[in-house]
Ligand binder design. Structure first.
Ligand code: ADP
Ligand code: ADP
Ligand code: MG
Length: 649
């Protein structure tokens, strides 16, 4: 076994690898960018090396700097995590040329699976079923349109270099093919520097089922399947293992195909073979097709660990250090069921818009595994993926594991940061999902029902008021009061656009009445715990001028300072500001230009996504304050429209 490894990654996966390495007695070296000086992975590691600027291209993607750091720190191996350099064959070659070991497959195995077209061709040879379609070299428009017609609509146009759901277009009918081809190509060229595409049959009632494989370069085993059908924009949201409705025959067929795929390329280490499955009318052994292989540890690997009891990072380190496969197929069994939910800083009602900001308060529930790279006080920066944590639950049955997930999500506390927590909670309580009726369209179909805005109950508002007044801790309701009755204090709160006035009447040290308009909520402290109208109060925290009541996945209330009523912001429709920090990818507006409400004025790239910035109203561009390529902070003014001239009667 190695005595020192370097982890060429950040965030939760760097922390995850460090934890197993430590348990195995292996020293760890972290690397960090300017933005990550105080990050959790740096604090956890035995040593840490600064490798450059905040942008990935200046740090986590700099193979040469990382390899030099590994050598200087005396590491024998580099673990790449996922993302960044994990699937970069040139990096693997450079690591090996430097006399170090890459914890993962060979450069040639990564290359074989790197492009979807070549991978599909290879899989056909290995006898693995692939999605029917055209994955050849001819990229002529008319030729591809003809192939699409033969395959039969609907079809998918996919970037051969694709990943993360980019460069993919669903085409319903022949008339839409040319446009879809064009837009898939341009997205692919931008994202991957390669505009080649393949065309394949769009599988109806699609389910995404993938198989975890593990090889030692000679042979491979599989650690069963994961169902990742709950997706939005082709990105996974909740994953589970095993797959609902999986049969013995289907598992043997899929597992066998995945092992053949891995063995065909002499695979070493952890990998995932992704299949698209026709979910209409139950799983059938002739109804699954290879999509791609991810030649690395996958984000959702913990659900496999939960049902098999295998620590996949331990296996990675053992195999990379020269051991053979730690188990044979017959040793591997499934115990119970597991779920993983990806907690992101993102605004779901605004189309899953990534968010940034400081995690003023963060607490994970007991009863779930929480894999995270952040702590209370940390920033979600615009430079990286906005994932906050993965919550993983396990249970003897799917039903129990799902209830545990639901409970864990309810008990998760994140204050002062926009998250997808309520959305995940709604998914965990979705009836169809509970019945195991999953397919990749579920989220899209039921989106409206899954993003119902929370409605605070009067008890929640009362609790927020008591917290705002500092009356919940210590001496109780008499804090700060002279001892004459009646003691009354007024408090103003704001939630969104709504201002809420409340009056607290102190009855004793452990009793207050909170008056909200017509309604009165009774707050009583019994046995040291506050109860509101007889129900035990949820947790509540005050961070700066924000109170968060942890009911309904977190209800935020701003404390309104009566002396500062002017702080209520009036929307200025003349100014177009950056909704989050990011890189200005394009500017379309020119001074003097006449624009209509909804016109695209600029494009901002933040956290792997592009956001179009639109004119809020009709008008004339007065000033363009940024240029393409600029890095801007949240709230930065980008474009100003001329003041609206008052109508002259
Ligand atoms: P998965 O199917 O496991 O979600 P993806 O290929 O979409 O796989 O990406 C895996 C993870 O790798 C993402 O969740 C993200 O955290 C990370 N990742 C992918 N691309 C990048 C990138 N360009 N920069 C940083 N992290 C990335
Ligand atoms: P990426 O490299 O971006 O992860 P994939 O090829 O793995 O791309 O596909 C991502 C997702 O797109 C799948 O999980 C699935 O939801 C959907 N998808 C891909 N291929 C098909 C198909 N042929 N039919 C239906 N859905 C598909
Ligand atoms: Mg994929």
């Amino acid at each position: 076994m190695f005595d020192t490894i370097l982890i060429a990654n950040r965030g939760e996966i760097a922390c995850r690898v460090i934890e197993t390495a430590r348990a195995m007695g292996v020293r760890t070296v972290a690397v960090y960018s300017d933005a990550d000086r105080a990050a959790r992975h740096v604090a956890l590691a035995d040593a840490a090396v600064h490798i450059g600027g905040a942008a990935p291209a200046d740090s986590y993607l700099r193979g040469d700097v990382i390899i030099a750091a590994a050598r200087r720190a005396g590491a024998q191996a580099i673990h790449p995590g996922y993302g960044f350099l994990s699937e970069n064959p040139e990096f693997v070659e450079e690591v090996e040329a430097a006399g170090l070991i890459f914890v993962g497959p060979s450069a040639s195995a990564i290359r074989a699976m790197g492009l979807k077209d070549a991978a599909k061709a290879l899989m056909v040879e290995a006898g693995v079923p692939v999605v029917p379609g055209y994955h050849g070299k001819n990229q002529d428009d008319a030729f591809l349109a003809e192939r699409a017609g033969e395959i039969g609509y609907p079809v998918l146009v996919k970037a051969v270099a694709g990943g993360g759901g980019k460069g993919m277009r669903l085409v319903e009918k022949a008339g839409d093919f040319a446009d879809a081809l064009e837009s898939a190509r341009s997205e692919a060229a931008k994202a991957f520097g390669n505009d080649a595409v393949l065309v394949e049959k769009y599988i109806q009632h699609p389910r995404h089922i993938e198989v975890q494989v593990f090889g030692d370069g000679k042979g491979a085993v599989h650690l069963f399947e994961r169902d990742c059908s709950l997706q939005r924009r082709h990105q996974k949201v909740i994953e589970e293992a095993p797959a609902p409705g999986m049969t013995k025959e289907m598992r043997a067929a899929m597992g066998g195909a995945a092992v053949r795929a891995a063995e065909a390329i002499g695979y070493s280490g952890a990998g995932t073979v992704e299949f698209i499955v026709d979910g209409a009318g139950g799983l059938r052994t002739d109804g699954f097709w290879f999509m791609e292989m991810n030649t690395r540890l996958q984000v959702e690997h913990p659900v496999t660990e939960a049902i098999t009891g295998v620590d996949l990072v331990e296996w990675q380190l053992r195999v990379a250090s020269g051991e053979g496969l730690p188990a044979v197929q017959e040793d591997l069994t499934i115990t119970g069921h597991a779920f993983e939910a990806r907690l992101y800083a993102e605004d779901v009602p605004k189309g899953f818009l990534p968010a940034t900001g400081r995690l003023a308060h963060l607490r994970f529930p007991t009863g779930a595994r929480a894999d995270t790279g952040v702590r209370t006080g940390d920033e979600i920066s615009p430079f990286y993926d906005p994932m906050i944590a993965k919550l993983i639950t396990h249970g003897p049955t799917r039903d129990v594991a799902l209830r545990r997930l639901s409970a864990a999500l309810e008990a998760c506390e994140v204050a002062d940061t926009v998250t997808n927590l309520a959305f995940l909670g709604a998914l965990a309580r979705h009836d169809g999902f509970a019945r195991g009726e999953v397919d990749t369209g579920l989220i899209g179909r039921d989106l409206d029902a899954l993003v119902v805005p929370p409605m605070p109950a009067p008890q929640d508002v009362a609790l927020a008021g008591l917290a705002a007044l500092g009356l919940l801790d210590g001496g109780g309701c008499e804090t700060g009061f002279a001892l004459w009755a009646p003691l009354e204090r007024d408090q103003m709160l704001r939630r969104g656009e709504e201002e809420i006035a409340l009056r607290v009447r102190v009855l004793s040290g452990n009793a207050c009445d909170v008056v909200l308009g017509e309604q009165t909520v009774e707050a009583r402290r019994i046995g040291g715990r506050w109860q509101l109208d007889g129900h035990i109060a949820p947790e509540v925290v005050v961070t700066g001028s924000l109170v968060t009541v942890f009911a309904q996945y977190g209800l935020g209330f701003d404390i309104v300072d009566p002396l500062d009523r002017s702080s209520a912001r009036g929307g200025d429709s003349a100014l177009i500001e950056a909704p989050m920090p990011g890189l200005v990818k394009a500017v379309f507006a020119r001074a003097g230009q006449v624009v209509k409400a909804g016109d695209r004025l600029a494009v901002l790239e933040a956290m792997k996504m592009e956001h179009a910035l639109l004119a809020a109203r009709d008008g004339v561009v007065a000033e363009v304050m940024v240029a393409r390529g600029a890095q801007v902070v949240a709230g930065a003014a980008l474009v100003r429209l001329e003041e609206e001239t008052a109508e002259v009667a």
